[in-house]
Design a protein around this ligand. Structure first.
Ligand code: SIN
Length: 540
């Protein structure tokens, strides 16, 4: 059974806003900045404002910015990477609005790297047939975007609450009416409280912490997805967890956030080799080392199995010391911290959990199936990623769809009409809160049975172990228990979807069903109705 309720103790304090934005990555900050035309915005975030995934983004942001490129070409590459199940209308919105949205980031103060002629410097990453990736600070694109957006948020005077873990959605008359939060260290607002609002925008990021080794920060515990599930929102494509092919291998017991080696390193000429120094991507795909991510990850796993080695290697010696220092200062420093000198030796790498291509299902305007609840960024499933996200489309998706929500809010909320007071809403009351120690158990079993390579037998075992963990409840609410509960819910949904999908497509790889199947060209969509989880298959 998949638990879908959380005990939220009675709120001790209440705030009012028109729009509450949950999360402070690119999607949350852009939503907060742009939604001000629709009413008073309150931004709440789980840790510090820049503690989410955005600031760790290396490679960049994809958009057809070069005169020789076009949204049509970007559309083609995105659809190819998504292996037949992207929503073409969502992709069209992404790629068409993308270039202007990136220019909007520049207006807000983001400084992208420039060419000698002053144009935006563009690189390549896996699955892109052309140079299309804008970057900043060499390999610190997310940090620069985050810096600029945080400065703009401050200048705009947007009210912010940090250290605020979102718990549940408040629902009144079938509509989202705010959220409950647990706040720590913020004076009068400490403890459990509620924010009443007419619209809730979830921008809570990803769920990588479901796995033992991930590129995601500690805060990426699927809180927004779990909240939406409990509130009855439809979720889709959860089986498509993307594993980044090149994450530094730190040994078999590595846990938590692992050092990412950006695909842009391959974009600048590095290539993969096995322990014997043999290149293994050539001949496997027309784009060789720059094939889409799912294909590269599969080839790496296949080569590791064939050689019995625990990792493969990324050879970037041909880049030379100047490119390493100028283009990849963050990665160079991370390698050096771990005793690897990428200028003179190949970097040991393995695939690791990186990105949820699925999430809370939305329409083209970011609306979820719960009226008044919106989602953007990694927590959302807008349909642009299909079975495998194209590299560097994630920052762009957060940006474009946050703007789309902001554009749609005035009409959706009937701006100009008197604000309807937020009701107290139906707080969930039944406890299914799990012990903090469940987090480690979930990570272990997801790594063992639901990682890059999956099988029916392994997934069945994972489902059994997850069901047993559901009994490890606690009556002591705390951040660690809420996070463990969210991770358990999200893991249970991923395993459920992965068991159902009996084919291999994109980042979902079933060794017992190694081919894609036409009958599976579509989406698994799940939602709770009362206690029951309903999952349906919708053809693409
Ligand atoms: C990378 O720099 O390789 C990651 C970029 C992304 O996930 O799109």
């Amino acid at each position: 059974m998949i638990p879908h309720r959380l005990m939220a103790p009675a709120p001790g304090w209440t705030l009012d806003a028109d729009i509450v934005v949950v999360g402070s990555g690119i999607a949350g900050l852009v939503a907060a900045l742009r939604a001000r035309t629709a009413g008073r915005v309150l931004l709440v975030t789980k840790a510090l404002l820049d503690d989410g995934s955005t600031r760790w983004a290396q490679g960049g942001i994809a958009a057809a910015l070069h005169p020789d490129d076009s949204p049509e070409d970007h559309l083609r590459d995105t659809l190819t990477a998504g292996v037949g199940i992207c929503d073409a209308d969502a992709v069209r919105a992404l790629v068409t609005e993308g270039p202007e949205a990136v220019r909007g980031l520049i207006s807000l103060g983001t400084e992208f790297d420039r060419n000698g002629d002053g144009g935006i410097a563009l690189t390549r990453e896996g699955g892109h047939l052309t140079h299309r990736i804008a970057h900043a600070g060499g390999d610190a694109t997310g940090a620069e975007i985050s810096r600029a957006l945080l400065a703009a948020t401050k200048d705009a005077g947007i009210e912010v609450i940090e250290h605020a873990l979102v718990l549940d959605l408040l629902i009144a008359d079938g509509r989202a009416a705010g959220v409950t939060l647990h706040v720590m260290g913020e004076g009068q607002r400490d403890g459990v409280g509620s924010v009443r609002a007419r619209a809730v925008i979830l921008a809570t990021g990803g769920l990588g912490q479901v796995f033992q080794a991930t590129t995601n920060p500690e805060v990426s515990t699927g809180d927004g997805l779990a909240l939406a599930l409990r509130a009855g929102a439809a979720v889709a494509d959860l089986e498509f967890v993307q594993f980044h092919p090149t994450v530094m291998w730190l040994g078999p017991d590595a846990k938590g956030r692992q050092p990412l080696i950006s695909e842009a390193v391959r974009g600048e000429g590095a290539f993969l080799v096995d322990a014997a120094g043999e290149r293994f991507m050539a001949g496997r795909h027309p784009l060789a080392d720059l094939a889409p991510r799912d294909i590269v990850a599969k080839q790496i796993m296949t080569r590791m199995r064939a050689t019995g080695e625990p990792c493969v290697y990324l050879d970037g010696r041909n880049l030379g010391p100047r490119i390493w220092a100028q283009r990849f200062p963050t990665i160079l420093a991370a390698c050096e911290r771990h005793g690897v000198d990428p200028v003179n030796e190949p970097i040991p790498v393995v695939p690791a959990a990186h990105y949820a291509s699925g999430g809370v299902r939305t329409d083209l305007r970011g609306r979820t199936s719960v009226p008044g609840l919106y989602a953007c960024g990694e927590v959302a499933c807008t349909g642009v990623h299909g079975a495998n996200r194209l590299a560097s489309n994630s920052l762009l998706e957060g940006l474009v769809f946050a703007q789309r929500i902001a554009e749609t809010l005035p009409a959706d909320l009937g701006v100009g009409a008197p604000a309807k007071a937020g009701a107290d809403g139906a707080l969930t009351s039944r406890s299914a809160l799990l012990e903090p120690a469940v987090r480690g158990e979930v990570q272990r079993l997801m790594a063992a049975y639901a990682g890059v390579l999956r099988s029916g037998a392994g997934l069945e075992r994972a489902a059994g172990e997850l069901a047993a963990l559901a009994g490890r409840t606690t009556d002591r609410p705390c951040t660690e228990a809420w996070e463990a509960t969210n991770l358990h819910s999200v893991a249970s949904l991923i395993v459920d979807a992965a068991r159902r999908r009996e084919e291999t497509r994109g980042s979902h790889w079933r060794e017992d069903f190694p081919d894609d199947a036409d009958a599976w060209r579509g989406h698994l969509v799940s939602a709770f109705t009362g206690e029951a989880l309903t999952t349906t298959f919708e053809p693409a």
